[in-house]
Every structure is written in structure tokens, then in C-alpha cells.
Design a protein around this ligand. Structure first.
Ligand code: UT7
Length: 314
């Protein structure tokens, strides 16, 4: 694992000068205390490259040891090429393949699921799976209901093929569950894009998204757990998408799981969309909380709506 956060830390109090909000409201309603914003000119692929370098160093690997890069983002540097190929080049990786996955806040769960499928089908043995975002670029700074929620950052994980026993005691990805429902487009979207010829800003009906999150996240986690032949009691750590502490708490409660066994980083990073789970995994493992052999459940929901869960043994 590795991660990277841009240097600039923005506290809740900084928003009080520009919109009608307060540190107290943001903490109480979301759990967020601060977030990081990319510097001018710093792009998603820059953040992703730094996280990837940290993961490679951590694993004792070189870029050419990697067969593929799967990068989850909704805020790629350019319309094309993919941010993943930019990272491939920046790392000096001269073989293999790289592509982006776009499933907004569920992006890392989708990317992990795709990377696992590539490994299981024998198309790659080592894959760098990255979540990286610069959501600060798509904020409407006059909209207090969204601009205080999001941050920038990147996290990277290296998946490697290994023979296992085919049981839930194996390390690695044990089961996954992906879902989407395009009928809910209007509750979380960006009002611009290539074919509408603008970048656009994030628009969200927060209460509605909240309602779907609380209903869907525990369900997708339970589906993935059942596919792995496991139940609530087998979970060592929940590593959730970090959008709102109240959603994280409600989901843990539904899974009958204590909050001291949930990795929570939302207070420090805000909502970093596809980067939030790999950031939390990286922080949790760097702090020595997540240990080899632990059973982890990740879950996320975002624009689409798209949501899902991955059950893995560390
Ligand atoms: O990662 C992608 C998925 N996204 C999410 O999971 C986000 C899900 N939604 C949420 O996290 C929450 O719905 C929010 C944090 C966005 C909002 O919290 P809420 O408890 O649902 O608040 P609300 O939208 O019901 O708003 C309550 C009040 C409203 O005022 P009135 O109408 O009661 O007078 C809002 O206008 O709070 C007001 N409000 C604010 N007040 C101060 C909304 N944003 C702010 C703000 N500062 N920044």
C-alpha cells in the first residue's frame, strides 16, 4: 500500500469566510475536520503517481515488475488519454497495460473487482490498483451543501497472484459485489462533461444519497460476505468509503460491528471519492492496525448510483 495527500490542508473554519457554514455544523453533520487540496497545476495523475511510488517502495518492487495499472478516478487530467497511462509513463513502466475505471465514489471497489478478475483469468500477475481524485476541481465554491465535503488525494495497492487453498482462509480478494442503478442520476452528478462542452460542478441531493447509502451499503457487504462463505462475526475491520461519519456508523451498526474496528479517516481527508478506501487502507496498515490475516470488508456508494463491496483477507 501507499498513499499521497497534497500539502495544502484546509480546515472547516476556512469555509466560514466564503459560505454560510461553521466548523461546528461540518463536524456534527459529517465528521469532517479538514481536507487536502491539490496545488495549482497538480493533477490527479501526479497524486496517483506519488501513491504508486509509495506502494512500490513498500512492496520492494520496481515499476517493470507490474503487469497492469487499474486507476479509479472521475477527475482524470485530460479527456484522454487515461490517467492510468500517464502514471504508467511517469513511473517509467515500459510494458503491460493501463486503464481508468469510472465509478465515482465506488471506483476503488470497481477497480479492485476488475483487477482481481484480470488476475484470476490469467491476464496479469501483478496489478497496481489506484484510487486518485482532485474533486476540488469540480466544486461549486458558492454551494455550502457540497463544497465543504470533498478533498483530494490518492491511494495505491498492489495485488499479486498467488496459489491458495480456495478457502476463505486464503489471503487476497475472497468475494466482490457490484451494483448500479442509473435511475438515480439526478441525486449526484456533475452538470458538465465532454459532450456538453463544459467541465461542470458537482451537484448533490445529500439527504437522498444519505438514505440510499444507509440502505445499500450494509446489504452489499452482506452479499459479498455470503459469497465468501462468511458472516458478520468473521469481520476484523470494516474499511468504508469515507463520505460521512454518520453513514459509516449506521452501516457498522447494521453489520453488528464495533466502531473501534472500523478504519475512519474522514475527519482528516474529507470525502476523496475513489481515493478514500485506498487512503484508509494505507493509513490503517501503516499504523499497524490492519494486520496480515485480518478479514476486511470494504464498501462504497456514489454517483450513478454505483455501489459495491469487496471482502478480502489482508
Ligand atoms: O461520496 C458520495 C456519496 N455522498 C454521500 O454519501 C453524502 C451523503 N449525504 C450526506 O453526507 C449528508 O446528507 C450531508 C452532509 C450532505 C448533509 O447532511 P444532512 O444532515 O442530510 O443535512 P441536510 O441536507 O438535511 O441539511 C440540513 C440543514 C439545511 O438547512 P435547512 O433547510 O434545515 O434550513 C441545509 O441547508 O443544513 C443546511 N446545510 C448547512 N448548514 C451549514 C447544508 N449544508 C450546510 C453547511 N453549513 N455546509
Amino acid at each position: 500500500m501507499g498513499h499521497y495527500l497534497p500539502d495544502r490542508v484546509v480546515t472547516n473554519a476556512e469555509f466560514e469566510a466564503s459560505v454560510d457554514t461553521s466548523d461546528e455544523w461540518i463536524r456534527a453533520r459529517t465528521g469532517i475536520e479538514q481536507r487536502h487540496f491539490a496545488a495549482e497545476g497538480q493533477t490527479t495523475s501526479d497524486l496517483a503517481r506519488r501513491a504508486a511510488e509509495a506502494a512500490l517502495e513498500n512492496a520492494g518492487l520496481k515499476a517493470d515488475d507490474i503487469d497492469a495499472i487499474v486507476l479509479a478516478t472521475s477527475t482524470a487530467d485530460l479527456t484522454f488519454p487515461s490517467a492510468a497511462t500517464m502514471v504508467q509513463h511517469a513511473l517509467g513502466m515500459t510494458r503491460g497495460f493501463a486503464f481508468d475505471v469510472q465509478a465515482v465514489c465506488a471506483g476503488f471497489v470497481y477497480a479492485l473487482t476488475n483487477a482481481n478478475a484480470l488476475i484470476v483469468s490469467g491476464q496479469a500477475e501483478r496489478i497496481l490498483v489506484i484510487g486518485a481524485e482532485t474533486f476540488s476541481r469540480i466544486m461549486d465554491w458558492s454551494d455550502r451543501t457540497t463544497c465543504v465535503l470533498f478533498g483530494d488525494g490518492a491511494g495505491a495497492l498492489i495485488l499479486e497472484a498467488q496459489e491458495g487453498q480456495g478457502s476463505s482462509a486464503d489471503r487476497g480478494i475472497l468475494a466482490t459485489d457490484l451494483n448500479s442503478d442509473g435511475r438515480h442520476r439526478d441525486i449526484l452528478y456533475v452538470d458538465g462533461g465532454v459532450s456538453t462542452q463544459s467541465t461542470g460542478h458537482l451537484r448533490m441531493q445529500g439527504k437522498e444519497v444519505f438514505r440510499h447509502a444507509v440502505e445499500k451499503l450494509a446489504k452489499t457487504a452482506e452479499t459479498a460476505l455470503a459469497r465468501a462463505g462468511l458472516g458478520h462475526d468473521d469481520i476484523d475491520w470494516i474499511v468504508p468509503h469515507q463520505a460521512n461519519l454518520r453513514i459509516i456508523t449506521a452501516t457498522a451498526k447494521k453489520l453488528n460491528h464495533p466502531m473501534d474496528r472500523v478504519i475512519v479517516t474522514v475527519q482528516d481527508h474529507g470525502n476523496t471519492s475513489a481515493a478514500s478506501i485506498p487512503l484508509a487502507l494505507s493509513v490503517g496498515s501503516a499504523e499497524g492496525r490492519i494486520k496480515q490475516g485480518d478479514l476486511l470488508v470494504t464498501e462504497a456508494i456514489g454517483g450513478g448510483l454505483a455501489w459495491g463491496s469487496v471482502v478480502l483477507r489482508w
